[in-house]
Design a protein around this ligand. Structure first.
Ligand SMILES: Cc1ncc(COP(=O)(O)O)c(C=O)c1O
Length: 395
């Protein structure tokens, strides 16, 4: 079968593939620990689940507006008004089936063939694949492990050309857990505003930041470039509801209108039941979010300590999200393991631990470890990784 040209440069999601391989081995009866998935192992908060059940019981099972029900869009706007002090109303919000679609709708709405879109690496692969799917060209600015993969303004501003349509910033970032400083985003926003370039921030992990740090990216953008600022958010990680599929796009009126038009012909509304669950999650008590964050912090610190006890493994302590992104190149040797992909493959085969190789994120020499799994799994997988590291370390 020959698929359309737009698919020729697209690769399937590496993280989903890792999960599928681990599932297959599990079905064969092998005791695999998967550190591949980017999804909370916690349950969806009770009040969100109750709202979903209630919606079903009340036969709230029909089409809604493609953009989402008004109360939900109001709840998103209210949360951003409260948390970030920005002016926002329901009409500025378009609901989507997850943060993925919340990013994809603006991509389809904004990019033309030949447009360039700048983003930073190591990146979450979907950002780049979506740019390509929307017929534009990704321009990648690399960040460095030496300074914690910090996202600096200068190289991003230097990458702007007359063809640049947008800049996408993901903070907290997947896979590095890095945060952009407000001052750096401010400089990017000022430069973008002068050149008529859009700035899109992916805030999918906005509620998973470990230490107090100024991270009001919404306000930074709204104060500088309101007409070309886009925020993509998601209920998936904050409220442990990945499977329910709920995200949102916030932007200026014409863009939101375009996103709603795309939705109306692509998927129509997010599941009506999901919308009620998300409404309860956003408008209800937030103590579950704090509880999960506190638990992730303990897991991060433990896993970081265990893994870096091996001299061949170096790792920045992430500031947000729930991934470690260790540098394992110290374990490479010419006749032995010499790529992240080989490391991941041999680790899976020999020690039955699934993780995602750095190649998927444009970062050879690294692997991504999701610590959104039980403390027991983390302890056991760390033991297995350390045993594997010892078995392959260069002599
Ligand atoms: C950086 C980033 N943005 C957005 C998303 C979207 O998540 P979802 O579509 O499940 O809301 C993810 C999921 O892994 C992510 O890592």
């Amino acid at each position: 079968m020959s698929t359309a040209d737009r698919l020729s440069a697209i690769t399937e999601s590496a993280t989903l593939k890792v999960g599928a391989n681990a599932d297959r081995m599990r079905r064969e009866g092998i005791d695999v620990i998967s550190l591949g998935a980017g999804e909370p192992d916690f349950n969806t908060p009770e009040h969100a689940k109750a709202a979903a059940v209630e919606a079903l019981e009340a036969n709230f099972t029909r089409y809604t507006a493609a953009s989402g029900i008004l109360e939900l869009r109001e709840a998103v706007a209210a949360r951003y008004r409260r948390d970030y002090g920005i002016e926002l109303e329901a009409k500025d919000v378009s609901m989507a089936a997850g943060g993925k679609q919340a990013l994809f709708n603006p991509a389809l709405a904004l990019y033309n063939p030949g447009d360039e879109v700048i983003t930073h690496s190591p990146y979450w692969p979907t950002i780049v694949e979506q740019i390509k799917l929307a017929s534009a060209k990704p321009v990648i600015v690399k960040t460095q492990s030496e300074d914690g993969f910090a996202i600096h303004a200068d190289p991003i501003i230097d990458a702007i050309t007359s063809r640049t349509k947008a800049i996408i910033i993901n903070s907290p970032a997947n896979p590095t857990g890095a945060l952009i400083e407000e001052s750096e985003l401010a400089r990017i926003a000022d430069a973008a505003s002068k050149r008529g370039v859009w700035v899109i921030v992916d805030l999918c992990y906005e509620q998973l930041i470990y230490d107090k740090q100024a991270h009001n990216l919404a306000k930074v953008l709204f104060d500088r470039t309101r007409d070309r600022a886009v925020i993509a958010g998601s209920a998936s990680k904050s409220y442990a509801m990945t499977g329910l599929r709920c995200g949102w796009t916030i932007g200026p009126p014409e863009l939101i209108k375009a996103c709603n038009t795309i939705l109306s012909h692509a998927t129509s509304n997010v599941s009506s039941i999901t919308q009620k669950a998300a409404l309860a999650a956003l408008a209800g008590p937030q103590d579950e979010v704090t509880r999960m964050l506190n638990e992730y912090r303990v897991r991060r610190d433990n896993m970081h300590e265990w893994l870096t006890s091996h001299p061949g493994i170096k790792c920045v302590r992430p500031k947000g999200a729930f991934y470690l992104f260790p540098d394992i190149s110290g374990l490479f040797s010419p006749g032995g393991v010499n790529s992240s992909a080989q490391f991941a493959e041999e680790l899976l085969n020999k020690e039955h631990v699934a993780l995602t190789p750095g190649e998927a994120f444009d970062a050879q020499g690294y692997v991504r470890i999701s610590y959104a799994t039980s403390p027991e799994n983390l302890r056991e997988s760390a033991n297995r990784i350390l045993r594997f590291a010892e078995s392959i370390k260069p002599s």
